[in-house]
Design a binder for this molecule. Structure first.
Ligand code: DAH
Length: 366
Protein backbone atom coordinates (compact mmCIF):
# COMPACT_ATOMS: atom_id res chain seq x y z
CA UNK A 1 0.00 0.00 0.00
CA UNK A 2 1.34 3.40 -0.88
CA UNK A 3 2.16 5.93 1.81
CA UNK A 4 -0.72 8.08 0.66
CA UNK A 5 -3.16 5.26 1.07
CA UNK A 6 -1.90 4.58 4.55
CA UNK A 7 -2.33 8.25 5.29
CA UNK A 8 -5.96 8.03 4.24
CA UNK A 9 -6.50 4.87 6.27
CA UNK A 10 -5.23 6.78 9.26
CA UNK A 11 -7.65 9.64 8.60
CA UNK A 12 -10.51 7.15 8.43
CA UNK A 13 -9.39 5.50 11.61
CA UNK A 14 -9.17 8.77 13.50
CA UNK A 15 -12.61 9.77 12.26
CA UNK A 16 -14.12 6.49 13.25
CA UNK A 17 -12.66 6.65 16.70
CA UNK A 18 -13.95 10.15 17.25
CA UNK A 19 -17.26 9.44 15.65
CA UNK A 20 -17.75 6.28 17.67
CA UNK A 21 -17.28 8.30 20.84
CA UNK A 22 -19.96 10.65 19.74
CA UNK A 23 -22.31 8.29 17.93
CA UNK A 24 -22.11 5.95 20.91
CA UNK A 25 -23.69 8.68 22.95
CA UNK A 26 -25.95 9.62 20.06
CA UNK A 27 -27.46 6.20 19.86
CA UNK A 28 -27.46 4.82 23.36
CA UNK A 29 -27.93 7.80 25.75
CA UNK A 30 -30.14 9.57 23.32
CA UNK A 31 -33.36 8.08 24.71
CA UNK A 32 -33.24 9.66 28.12
CA UNK A 33 -31.70 12.96 27.04
CA UNK A 34 -33.47 16.25 27.51
CA UNK A 35 -33.72 18.92 24.87
CA UNK A 36 -30.70 20.93 25.93
CA UNK A 37 -28.44 17.86 26.05
CA UNK A 38 -29.63 16.85 22.58
CA UNK A 39 -28.90 20.30 21.26
CA UNK A 40 -25.43 20.19 22.74
CA UNK A 41 -24.86 16.90 20.96
CA UNK A 42 -25.98 18.47 17.72
CA UNK A 43 -23.37 21.17 18.16
CA UNK A 44 -20.65 18.59 18.77
CA UNK A 45 -21.69 16.72 15.66
CA UNK A 46 -21.42 19.91 13.64
CA UNK A 47 -17.92 20.50 14.93
CA UNK A 48 -17.02 16.96 13.98
CA UNK A 49 -18.31 17.55 10.46
CA UNK A 50 -16.20 20.67 10.06
CA UNK A 51 -13.16 18.94 11.47
CA UNK A 52 -13.39 15.92 9.16
CA UNK A 53 -14.90 17.27 5.97
CA UNK A 54 -14.19 20.99 6.09
CA UNK A 55 -11.57 22.87 4.02
CA UNK A 56 -8.86 22.35 6.60
CA UNK A 57 -9.70 18.69 7.24
CA UNK A 58 -7.12 15.93 6.62
CA UNK A 59 -9.58 14.50 4.09
CA UNK A 60 -9.53 17.62 1.95
CA UNK A 61 -5.71 17.51 2.25
CA UNK A 62 -5.81 13.96 0.97
CA UNK A 63 -7.91 15.01 -1.99
CA UNK A 64 -5.12 17.36 -3.01
CA UNK A 65 -2.73 14.41 -2.97
CA UNK A 66 -4.65 12.63 -5.74
CA UNK A 67 -2.85 14.58 -8.45
CA UNK A 68 0.52 13.66 -7.02
CA UNK A 69 0.00 9.91 -7.09
CA UNK A 70 1.65 7.93 -9.94
CA UNK A 71 -0.71 8.03 -12.97
CA UNK A 72 -1.34 4.30 -13.03
CA UNK A 73 -2.51 4.28 -9.44
CA UNK A 74 -4.28 7.63 -9.54
CA UNK A 75 -7.73 6.36 -10.48
CA UNK A 76 -7.79 3.71 -7.80
CA UNK A 77 -6.45 6.08 -5.17
CA UNK A 78 -8.99 8.69 -6.19
CA UNK A 79 -11.83 6.24 -5.77
CA UNK A 80 -10.50 5.19 -2.42
CA UNK A 81 -10.34 8.77 -1.15
CA UNK A 82 -13.85 9.37 -2.45
CA UNK A 83 -15.22 6.31 -0.70
CA UNK A 84 -13.64 7.24 2.61
CA UNK A 85 -15.10 10.75 2.21
CA UNK A 86 -18.53 9.28 1.45
CA UNK A 87 -18.36 6.98 4.47
CA UNK A 88 -17.54 9.87 6.75
CA UNK A 89 -20.27 12.08 5.33
CA UNK A 90 -22.89 9.34 5.42
CA UNK A 91 -22.20 8.56 9.01
CA UNK A 92 -22.42 12.14 10.04
CA UNK A 93 -25.61 12.67 8.04
CA UNK A 94 -27.25 9.60 9.53
CA UNK A 95 -26.43 10.69 13.03
CA UNK A 96 -27.65 14.19 12.27
CA UNK A 97 -30.94 13.00 10.85
CA UNK A 98 -31.79 10.85 13.82
CA UNK A 99 -30.67 13.52 16.24
CA UNK A 100 -32.85 16.05 14.47
CA UNK A 101 -35.95 13.88 14.70
CA UNK A 102 -35.17 13.26 18.34
CA UNK A 103 -34.94 16.98 18.99
CA UNK A 104 -38.21 17.54 17.17
CA UNK A 105 -39.87 14.93 19.33
CA UNK A 106 -38.45 16.44 22.52
CA UNK A 107 -39.74 19.87 21.51
CA UNK A 108 -43.21 18.55 20.82
CA UNK A 109 -43.15 16.75 24.14
CA UNK A 110 -42.33 19.95 25.92
CA UNK A 111 -45.08 21.92 24.23
CA UNK A 112 -47.69 19.29 24.81
CA UNK A 113 -50.94 20.61 26.29
CA UNK A 114 -53.50 18.32 27.81
CA UNK A 115 -56.72 20.00 26.76
CA UNK A 116 -58.76 17.59 28.86
CA UNK A 117 -57.40 18.88 32.20
CA UNK A 118 -60.05 21.06 33.85
CA UNK A 119 -59.15 24.77 33.86
CA UNK A 120 -58.25 26.73 36.95
CA UNK A 121 -61.11 28.98 37.89
CA UNK A 122 -59.93 32.56 38.43
CA UNK A 123 -60.86 33.85 41.87
CA UNK A 124 -61.95 37.44 41.41
CA UNK A 125 -61.89 39.60 44.49
CA UNK A 126 -64.84 41.59 45.76
CA UNK A 127 -65.57 44.59 47.89
CA UNK A 128 -65.00 44.61 51.64
CA UNK A 129 -68.18 44.48 53.76
CA UNK A 130 -67.44 47.97 55.11
CA UNK A 131 -67.16 49.28 51.55
CA UNK A 132 -70.42 47.58 50.58
CA UNK A 133 -72.22 49.10 53.54
CA UNK A 134 -70.70 52.53 52.91
CA UNK A 135 -71.81 52.43 49.27
CA UNK A 136 -75.32 51.45 50.22
CA UNK A 137 -75.59 54.41 52.62
CA UNK A 138 -74.00 56.75 50.07
CA UNK A 139 -76.56 55.69 47.46
CA UNK A 140 -79.43 56.48 49.80
CA UNK A 141 -78.12 59.92 50.72
CA UNK A 142 -77.17 60.78 47.15
CA UNK A 143 -80.75 59.99 46.15
CA UNK A 144 -81.86 62.48 48.82
CA UNK A 145 -79.72 65.22 47.29
CA UNK A 146 -76.57 64.89 49.37
CA UNK A 147 -73.06 65.25 47.95
CA UNK A 148 -70.23 63.02 49.12
CA UNK A 149 -67.40 64.89 50.76
CA UNK A 150 -63.96 63.40 51.24
CA UNK A 151 -61.24 65.01 53.29
CA UNK A 152 -57.94 64.59 55.07
CA UNK A 153 -57.28 62.18 57.92
CA UNK A 154 -54.50 64.26 59.48
CA UNK A 155 -55.82 67.47 60.90
CA UNK A 156 -54.80 70.47 62.91
CA UNK A 157 -56.20 70.93 66.39
CA UNK A 158 -58.27 73.73 64.94
CA UNK A 159 -60.32 71.49 62.64
CA UNK A 160 -60.37 68.49 64.96
CA UNK A 161 -61.43 70.47 68.03
CA UNK A 162 -61.52 74.29 68.12
CA UNK A 163 -63.73 74.91 65.11
CA UNK A 164 -66.10 72.23 66.40
CA UNK A 165 -66.58 74.16 69.61
CA UNK A 166 -64.72 71.54 71.65
CA UNK A 167 -63.33 73.40 74.69
CA UNK A 168 -59.64 73.65 75.52
CA UNK A 169 -59.92 71.29 78.49
CA UNK A 170 -62.05 68.61 76.81
CA UNK A 171 -60.80 65.07 77.58
CA UNK A 172 -60.86 64.07 73.89
CA UNK A 173 -57.92 66.42 73.37
CA UNK A 174 -55.74 64.40 75.71
CA UNK A 175 -52.98 62.43 74.07
CA UNK A 176 -54.39 59.35 75.81
CA UNK A 177 -57.38 59.59 73.49
CA UNK A 178 -56.10 61.11 70.28
CA UNK A 179 -53.09 60.17 68.17
CA UNK A 180 -50.73 63.06 67.49
CA UNK A 181 -47.92 63.19 64.98
CA UNK A 182 -44.51 64.26 66.30
CA UNK A 183 -45.06 67.69 64.77
CA UNK A 184 -48.34 68.21 66.57
CA UNK A 185 -50.99 67.23 64.03
CA UNK A 186 -53.93 65.09 65.13
CA UNK A 187 -55.22 61.99 63.37
CA UNK A 188 -58.86 62.99 63.17
CA UNK A 189 -60.87 61.33 65.90
CA UNK A 190 -64.21 61.92 64.16
CA UNK A 191 -65.45 62.77 60.70
CA UNK A 192 -67.13 65.87 62.15
CA UNK A 193 -63.97 67.73 61.04
CA UNK A 194 -65.34 67.55 57.50
CA UNK A 195 -68.31 69.72 58.56
CA UNK A 196 -65.90 72.63 58.90
CA UNK A 197 -63.92 71.84 55.75
CA UNK A 198 -67.12 71.44 53.72
CA UNK A 199 -68.69 74.71 54.89
CA UNK A 200 -65.43 76.58 54.25
CA UNK A 201 -65.09 75.09 50.79
CA UNK A 202 -68.68 74.99 49.56
CA UNK A 203 -70.36 77.70 51.58
CA UNK A 204 -74.04 77.38 52.43
CA UNK A 205 -76.63 76.10 51.75
CA UNK A 206 -75.19 72.59 51.57
CA UNK A 207 -76.01 68.96 52.10
CA UNK A 208 -73.11 66.54 52.39
CA UNK A 209 -72.20 63.21 53.86
CA UNK A 210 -68.57 62.50 54.67
CA UNK A 211 -67.52 58.88 55.00
CA UNK A 212 -64.02 58.20 56.24
CA UNK A 213 -61.55 56.68 58.62
CA UNK A 214 -61.11 57.98 62.14
CA UNK A 215 -58.51 57.17 64.79
CA UNK A 216 -58.65 56.82 68.55
CA UNK A 217 -56.17 55.49 71.06
CA UNK A 218 -58.26 52.50 72.01
CA UNK A 219 -56.86 49.11 72.90
CA UNK A 220 -58.31 46.67 70.40
CA UNK A 221 -61.01 44.39 71.78
CA UNK A 222 -64.29 42.93 70.51
CA UNK A 223 -65.91 46.33 70.11
CA UNK A 224 -62.92 48.68 69.70
CA UNK A 225 -60.21 49.17 67.11
CA UNK A 226 -57.84 52.18 66.98
CA UNK A 227 -59.02 52.90 63.44
CA UNK A 228 -62.60 52.62 62.29
CA UNK A 229 -65.03 54.23 59.86
CA UNK A 230 -67.66 56.87 60.38
CA UNK A 231 -70.13 58.67 58.20
CA UNK A 232 -70.91 62.26 58.98
CA UNK A 233 -73.95 64.07 57.65
CA UNK A 234 -74.46 67.82 57.44
CA UNK A 235 -77.31 69.91 56.13
CA UNK A 236 -77.32 73.72 56.38
CA UNK A 237 -79.95 75.95 54.89
CA UNK A 238 -82.48 78.61 55.84
CA UNK A 239 -85.16 77.33 58.18
CA UNK A 240 -83.70 73.91 58.94
CA UNK A 241 -85.16 72.42 62.13
CA UNK A 242 -84.93 69.36 64.30
CA UNK A 243 -87.91 67.98 62.34
CA UNK A 244 -85.79 67.87 59.19
CA UNK A 245 -83.13 65.99 61.12
CA UNK A 246 -85.61 63.45 62.44
CA UNK A 247 -87.22 63.07 59.02
CA UNK A 248 -83.89 62.58 57.25
CA UNK A 249 -82.52 60.01 59.68
CA UNK A 250 -85.85 58.14 59.75
CA UNK A 251 -86.10 58.04 55.97
CA UNK A 252 -82.54 56.79 55.61
CA UNK A 253 -83.08 54.01 58.15
CA UNK A 254 -86.38 52.98 56.58
CA UNK A 255 -84.60 52.63 53.26
CA UNK A 256 -81.86 50.61 54.95
CA UNK A 257 -83.94 48.26 57.06
CA UNK A 258 -87.50 48.39 55.75
CA UNK A 259 -90.58 50.60 55.81
CA UNK A 260 -91.58 49.59 59.34
CA UNK A 261 -88.31 50.78 60.89
CA UNK A 262 -88.85 53.32 63.66
CA UNK A 263 -86.35 55.92 64.86
CA UNK A 264 -86.08 57.50 68.28
CA UNK A 265 -84.00 60.34 69.66
CA UNK A 266 -82.63 60.49 73.22
CA UNK A 267 -81.32 63.79 74.60
CA UNK A 268 -77.54 63.91 74.73
CA UNK A 269 -74.63 66.30 74.63
CA UNK A 270 -72.07 67.11 71.94
CA UNK A 271 -70.09 70.35 71.90
CA UNK A 272 -70.81 70.95 68.21
CA UNK A 273 -74.60 70.61 68.38
CA UNK A 274 -77.35 72.22 70.43
CA UNK A 275 -79.72 70.58 71.13
CA UNK A 276 -78.01 67.21 70.78
CA UNK A 277 -79.42 63.71 70.66
CA UNK A 278 -78.45 60.14 70.20
CA UNK A 279 -80.47 58.21 67.67
CA UNK A 280 -81.66 54.61 67.88
CA UNK A 281 -83.72 52.56 65.46
CA UNK A 282 -86.05 49.65 66.00
CA UNK A 283 -84.22 46.33 65.83
CA UNK A 284 -84.34 44.77 62.35
CA UNK A 285 -83.92 41.29 63.77
CA UNK A 286 -86.90 41.20 66.15
CA UNK A 287 -88.84 44.10 64.56
CA UNK A 288 -88.47 46.06 67.77
CA UNK A 289 -90.14 43.45 69.96
CA UNK A 290 -86.99 42.48 71.85
CA UNK A 291 -87.86 38.83 71.34
CA UNK A 292 -86.47 36.50 68.73
CA UNK A 293 -87.42 32.85 68.33
CA UNK A 294 -89.00 32.73 71.80
CA UNK A 295 -85.92 34.18 73.48
CA UNK A 296 -84.28 37.50 74.07
CA UNK A 297 -83.20 39.04 70.77
CA UNK A 298 -79.39 38.84 70.55
CA UNK A 299 -79.04 41.82 68.22
CA UNK A 300 -80.68 44.46 70.45
CA UNK A 301 -80.19 42.48 73.70
CA UNK A 302 -83.91 42.42 74.23
CA UNK A 303 -84.42 46.18 74.20
CA UNK A 304 -86.01 46.32 70.75
CA UNK A 305 -83.75 49.30 69.90
CA UNK A 306 -80.31 49.61 68.34
CA UNK A 307 -78.20 52.62 69.29
CA UNK A 308 -76.47 53.99 66.25
CA UNK A 309 -75.04 57.49 66.50
CA UNK A 310 -75.15 61.09 67.57
CA UNK A 311 -76.86 64.09 66.03
CA UNK A 312 -78.19 67.55 66.70
CA UNK A 313 -78.66 71.07 65.45
CA UNK A 314 -75.33 72.61 64.40
CA UNK A 315 -74.10 74.85 67.24
CA UNK A 316 -74.17 78.57 66.35
CA UNK A 317 -70.47 78.77 67.29
CA UNK A 318 -69.64 76.16 64.64
CA UNK A 319 -71.55 78.12 62.01
CA UNK A 320 -69.81 81.31 63.14
CA UNK A 321 -66.41 79.61 62.90
CA UNK A 322 -67.18 78.85 59.27
CA UNK A 323 -68.30 82.35 58.48
CA UNK A 324 -71.98 81.39 58.26
CA UNK A 325 -74.58 83.79 59.61
CA UNK A 326 -76.31 81.72 62.28
CA UNK A 327 -79.26 84.09 62.41
CA UNK A 328 -80.05 83.43 58.79
CA UNK A 329 -78.96 79.80 58.51
CA UNK A 330 -79.40 76.74 60.65
CA UNK A 331 -78.45 73.14 60.15
CA UNK A 332 -78.39 69.65 61.47
CA UNK A 333 -75.59 67.12 61.67
CA UNK A 334 -75.27 63.46 62.54
CA UNK A 335 -72.52 60.89 62.76
CA UNK A 336 -72.22 57.16 63.32
CA UNK A 337 -69.76 54.28 63.01
CA UNK A 338 -69.82 51.71 60.23
CA UNK A 339 -68.13 48.79 61.98
CA UNK A 340 -70.78 48.58 64.68
CA UNK A 341 -73.54 48.75 62.12
CA UNK A 342 -71.88 46.03 60.04
CA UNK A 343 -71.30 43.84 63.10
CA UNK A 344 -74.99 44.07 64.03
CA UNK A 345 -76.19 43.36 60.50
CA UNK A 346 -74.07 40.23 60.17
CA UNK A 347 -74.17 39.15 63.82
CA UNK A 348 -70.40 39.44 64.23
CA UNK A 349 -69.27 39.29 67.82
CA UNK A 350 -65.87 40.85 67.13
CA UNK A 351 -65.29 43.92 64.94
CA UNK A 352 -61.58 43.06 64.64
CA UNK A 353 -62.63 40.45 62.07
CA UNK A 354 -63.16 43.34 59.69
CA UNK A 355 -59.49 44.31 59.75
CA UNK A 356 -57.78 40.94 59.79
CA UNK A 357 -58.25 40.36 56.05
CA UNK A 358 -58.85 36.68 56.50
CA UNK A 359 -60.32 35.57 53.17
CA UNK A 360 -62.38 32.86 54.86
CA UNK A 361 -64.23 35.67 56.60
CA UNK A 362 -64.30 38.15 53.71
CA UNK A 363 -65.47 35.59 51.17
CA UNK A 364 -68.82 35.40 52.91
CA UNK A 365 -69.71 38.91 51.75
CA UNK A 366 -69.50 38.16 48.03
N1 DAH B 1 -68.68 62.92 66.13
C1 DAH B 1 -69.50 62.15 67.04
C2 DAH B 1 -68.74 60.92 67.52
O1 DAH B 1 -67.73 60.60 66.93
C3 DAH B 1 -70.76 61.73 66.40
C4 DAH B 1 -71.63 62.90 66.13
C5 DAH B 1 -72.50 63.37 67.09
C6 DAH B 1 -71.56 63.55 64.92
C7 DAH B 1 -73.30 64.43 66.86
C8 DAH B 1 -72.39 64.66 64.68
C9 DAH B 1 -73.26 65.09 65.69
O2 DAH B 1 -72.35 65.31 63.54
O3 DAH B 1 -74.02 66.14 65.41
O4 DAH B 1 -69.15 60.30 68.45
Amino acid sequence: MSDEKREIEKIKEIFEREFEGLSGSVKSKFEGLGLSALEKLQKELNELRVKHTGKKSPLSGAKKLIGKVAPDQRAEFGKFVQSVGKTIENKIEDAEASLKSRIQKAKLEREKIDVTIPGRRPRPGHLHPITLLRQKIEDIFVSMGYAIEDDREIETDYYNFDALNIPENHPARESQDTFYTTDGFALRSQTSTVQIRAMERRGVPLRVIAPGRVFRRDTPDQTHTPMFHQIEGLCVDKGITMAHLKGTVSEWLRRMYGKETKTRFRPSYFPFTEPSAEFDFSCFKCDGTGEFERGKCGTCRGSGWIELGGCGMVHPNVLKNCGVDHKEYSGFAFGFGLERMCALMYSLDDIRLMFENDVRFLEQFR
